[in-house]
Design a protein around this ligand. Sequence first.
Ligand SMILES: C[S@@+](CC[C@H](N)C(=O)[O-])C[C@H]1O[C@@H](n2cnc3c(N)ncnc32)[C@H](O)[C@@H]1O
Length: 200
Amino acid sequence: MSESGERSHGYTPRDYDEDSAADEAYQTCVSYAVEHTPIRREDTVVDVGTGTGIVAFELAPNCERVLGRDVNDEWLRYARQKATERGVENVSFGHGSFREPNVDEAVDVVVASYALYMAYDEGGEEELRAAIEGISSLNPRHLVVADKMFFGPAEPRGDYERLPQMGTVANLLADAGFTLTDVEIVSGSVGVLVASRTTG
Ligand SMILES: C[S@@+](CC[C@H](N)C(=O)[O-])C[C@H]1O[C@@H](n2cnc3c(N)ncnc32)[C@H](O)[C@@H]1O
């Protein structure tokens, strides 16, 4: 994706919020991730690939602050507007990518929801590896990937997006120094991986 990330082709952040609200697998996946992300009240959480901030807003009541990062500045503006409208003060949104999240402070937990699959779709396993390494460079205690990935045999998806196998994501997390502590399969192509830092 380009550095500005703006490849929406008329699809607005509001469209995304409406579609997400109607997507049962997405709702189940996000609910599980929010419920099972090991967060303490004093934690700083990064929501990478935050989009319109759906997950950031869900996590905000459970921690000190959430930093949403994304490459799409239009969606970041929309997320900021939502924060203002809702009066949520412990969430902020800024430009940052998987490879370079643009976070200077200590981070306790990183969450990536329906986001990392885009790295795989763009550049296969090598791009996903670079994305996970970039996120891991924040040195979080836990990394939660709530995403589209295959939990069984890859299904043909035509010209649609390419998705990684769950084992590929798990191996890349292991290479980055994380151990899976929880796996929730929502469907054959959606689920949640909770990983905890094992090294460093
Ligand atoms: C399908 S949306 C998911 C948004 C949100 N996490 C959610 O659960 O609703 C994927 C988001 O990932 C962002 N994204 C794609 N490539 C990215 C990258 N390299 N670095 C950071 N964000 C990226 C897109 O701009 C988009 O906002």
